[in-house]
Design a protein around this ligand. Structure first.
Ligand code: NAP
Length: 259
């Protein structure tokens, strides 16, 4: 593979890389020639993914919202595959509650995992990219980072924050060979969606199929996005040829959100 057109030899780190969208992103970057560190809190989950290609995948366990754990995980990642060139901030959680039932603990957890985690991991990776004069940061936000939805105020606020962080950092590093973008998936076929469907079933007594159809109906294409479709957008943004894609928040949602 040609290093000028692919990610051959570059080190990518994917947070939340052991499942769902993150696992699809890790596989896509691997196919692009990168060496990939996958990070998540449950070591057995990231380790299972890393076992798919032991020579080019590395697993580290950390909570993205914990400064010390992030520092240790990035040190371990560098020790294995060298300086970071690509960071995909994908780790996230999506808890829902009516606004007046959103307590301070839920609010803080949504901001810490989705927004502070993105901030901490980007601070940990950026010095490598600045030293190397090349880098890609892709933040997995959400359509909830672009528009509002009911019953997810904390998640929406955090994901809007991720989009704001993306745009601000894009200004700072624009002349450093580093691009910073966000992808904003609509409802995507992963554990997060399965939990949301289970939540609707528990609260409304609807069937799983009816709840699922309701989520799909918000997408003009009438379907749920697949993790590989989101991963493909991330892969494209990480390619050397995507150098002019910068400071963007790209919706991957079948047209649910149109600028
Ligand atoms: P998922 O399969 O549940 O993936 C979330 C991943 O994040 C898990 O691997 C989880 O691993 C990791 N994670 C959660 N909290 C973490 C923490 N504090 N520190 C480190 N890792 C953590 O769900 P997914 O849908 O693929 O989610 C990936 C991203 O897509 C999230 O940011 C989510 O908000 C976004 N998104 C999803 C949808 C959707 O409909 N699925 C739509 C829009 C945006 P551990 O539990 O082992 O830590």
């Amino acid at each position: 593979m040609d290093g000028a057109t692919t990610l051959h030899g570059r080190h990518a780190l994917v947070t939340g890389g052991g499942s769902g969208i993150g696992a699809a992103v890790a596989r896509a970057l691997l196919a692009e020639g990168a060496r990939v560190t996958v990070l998540g809190r449950r070591h057995e989950v990231v380790q299972r993914l890393a076992a798919e290609s032991p020579d080019r995948l590395h697993a580290v366990a950390a909570d993205v919202a914990d400064v010390a754990q992030v520092a240790a995980a990035f040190e371990s990642a560098r020790g294995r595959f060298g300086p970071l060139a690509v960071l995909v901030n994908n780790a996230g959680q999506a808890a829902s509650a009516p606004f007046l039932k959103t307590d301070a603990a839920l609010w803080s957890r949504m901001l810490e995992v989705n927004l502070t985690g993105t901030f901490l991991c980007t601070q940990a990776a950026l010095p490598d990219m600045l030293r190397g004069g090349w880098g890609r940061v892709v933040n997995v936000a959400s359509t909830a980072g672009l528009i509002g939805y009911g019953y997810v105020a904390a998640y929406c606020a955090a994901k809007h924050g991720v989009v704001g962080l993306t745009r601000a950092l894009a200004h700072e590093v624009a002349r450093k060979g580093i691009t910073v973008n966000a992808v904003c998936p609509g409802y995507t076929e992963t554990e997060i969606l399965r939990e949301s469907i289970a939540n609707v079933v528990a609260k409304t007594g609807r069937s799983i199929e009816a709840a699922r159809e309701e989520f799909a109906a918000g997408n003009p294409q009438g379907r749920i996005v697949q993790p590989e479709e989101v991963a493909d957008a991330v892969r494209w943004l990480c390619r050397p040829a995507a150098a002019s894609m910068h400071g963007q928040a790209i919706a991957v949602c079948g047209g649910e959100v149109m600028p």
